[in-house]
Ligand binder design. Structure first.
Ligand SMILES: CC(C)(COP(=O)(O)OP(=O)(O)OC[C@H]1O[C@@H](n2cnc3c(N)ncnc32)[C@H](O)[C@@H]1OP(=O)(O)O)[C@@H](O)C(=O)NCCC(=O)NCCS
Length: 195
C-alpha cells in the first residue's frame, strides 16, 4: 500500500531487513567493514562509482561512525540467501524528509555476482521500501557517464535521465560527466503495479 499521508515516516526502524527471493538486505554492521575496505581497494570499482581513494581499516571505522551519526542515511549490505554471502552494499543517502526525496545507490562489490539479476532484485527491494513503506516521493541516483552498465541498469528499473553534470568526475587524468536520474512515486506505481 502506498503512503497515505504526505510525510515521510520517521518511525520505521533502521534495523529492518528487506527480504527478496535470492537476496536480502540487512542493516550494515561494524563487522562488515572489511568488505568496504576490500571494495574501496579495487581500482576498477572506484572508477565506476567515482570514488577517489582506497580506505584503510582506520578510515573505514571513521566512515562507519559518521554513517551511524547520519540520520539521513540508511545503509544495508546485500547478502545472497544461498550461503549468506555478502556481495555488496546499498541504501539511501541524503534523505530529505521535508521534500520526501532521497538519493539511493547500489554497489555490488563482488564482481562474479554482476549480471545475475541481484542488482535488479536489490533495486526492487529498495524502491518498494522507499515508496511503499517510508513514503518517499522521489528517488535520485547519480552515475559516472561512462558507466554504461549502471546507466542501463537504472533505466531498466524505471529511472529517467534528469540531467548531465558536465566534467563532474576526474579520474586518471580524464574528466567525465555525471548523469543524474530519478524516479517518481507515480511512475513507480505505474511500472510496478503488478508487484
Ligand atoms: C550496476 C549494478 C548495480 C547492476 O547490478 P547487476 O546485478 O550486475 O545487474 P542485473 O543482472 O540485475 O542486470 C540488470 C540490467 O542492468 C543492465 N546490465 C547489467 N549488466 C550489464 C552489462 N554488462 N552491460 C550493459 N548493461 C548491463 C541491463 O539492462 C540488465 O538488464 P537485462 O539483464 O534485462 O539486460 C552492478 O553491476 C554493480 O554494482 N556494478 C558496480 C558498481 C556500480 O556501477 N554501481 C552503480 C553505481 S551508480
Amino acid at each position: 500500500m502506498f503512503s497515505e499521508s504526505m510525510s515521510v515516516r520517521e518511525n520505521v526502524s533502521k534495523q529492518e531487513t528487506l527480504i527478496g527471493r535470492r537476496v536480502y538486505l540487512r542493516p550494515f554492521e561494524r563487522d562488515d567493514l572489511p568488505y568496504i575496505q576490500k571494495w574501496s581497494n579495487d581500482a576498477e570499482l572506484r572508477r565506476l562509482i567515482g570514488e577517489v581513494a582506497p580506505m584503510s581499516r582506520a578510515e573505514t571505522e571513521k566512515w562507519y561512525k559518521a554513517m551511524l551519526a547520519d540520520r539521513d542515511r540508511m545503509w544495508f549490505v546485500i547478502v545472497l540467501k544461498r550461503g549468506d554471502r555478502v556481495i555488496g552494499e546499498a541504501g539511501f543517502l541524503r534523505m530529505f524528509r521535508p521534500w520526501r526525496n532521497t538519493d539511493m545507490t547500489i554497489i555490488i562489490g563482488e564482481k562474479d555476482a554482476w549480471g545475475k539479476g541481484y542488482g535488479t532484485e536489490t533495486g526492487h527491494l529498495l524502491l518498494d521500501h522507499a515508496f511503499r513503506r517510508l513514503g518517499f516521493h522521489k528517488i535520485s541516483v547519480g552515475a559516472v557517464g561512462f558507466n554504461k552498465r549502471a546507466l542501463k541498469f537504472w533505466e531498466s528499473l524505471g529511472f529517467k535521465k534528469e540531467g548531465v553534470e558536465r566534467d563532474e568526475y576526474y579520474y586518471d587524468n580524464e574528466y567525465s560527466d555525471g548523469v543524474m536520474m530519478s524516479i517518481l512515486e507515480d511512475e513507480y506505481r505505474e511500472l510496478y503495479k503488478a508487484h
